[in-house]
Design a protein around this ligand. Sequence first.
Ligand SMILES: [Zn+2]
Length: 215
Amino acid sequence: MKLIIFGPPGSGKGTYASILEKKLGIPKINTGDIFREIIKRKSNLSKKIASYVLSGKLVPDEITIQVLKKRLAKKDCKNGFILDGYPRTIQQAEALEKISSPDLIINLVVPQNVIIARLSGRLICPNCNAIYHKIFLKPKNNEICDKCGSKLIQREDDKPEVIKERFSVYQKQSKPLIDYYKKKKPFGNVKCNKVDIPPEVVVERILKKIKELGF
Ligand SMILES: [Zn+2]
């Protein structure tokens, strides 16, 4: 089964994809992970990719699709894969059709307030990088790191205004792609409308939806 999983930033799709990977026995493929792997090796390609990634730029489509083609041709993908974070544009979706046509799409539908509640509760330690959460993973002492005693901070990226902006950018960019796949492929929405749903429960919903779509 070749599955694509869509969801806004902060939807937890990476976590769900990791659980699905074990349950379905097919690898989770994320282009960011592939780039990081390539950068570790020393080659011309790794230098090229590093120059984009390290300066915060997007790796151009031609390079990404080549790298993805190689990855999807590996043995562990012979029964399928879970693509997480790719494609992001119709152009990329069309390029993907040429190398390995996906079977179905699962789209995580997560309201903005749920994403804000999840991400804006995150606290990090500026000293040892430990991660906490105001609701789900509280430090023992109010906003003080359990490990090193430093005062915890909120990352700039996790502030509600920044999350809202990212969310609306995602909605705008993903809409045409979602419409494209709805017309072309089996497509299922999975709702995650509360902040405290355990990941396993969301994964069960995804598996149920996959069955409903005939897989
Ligand atoms: Zn610390």
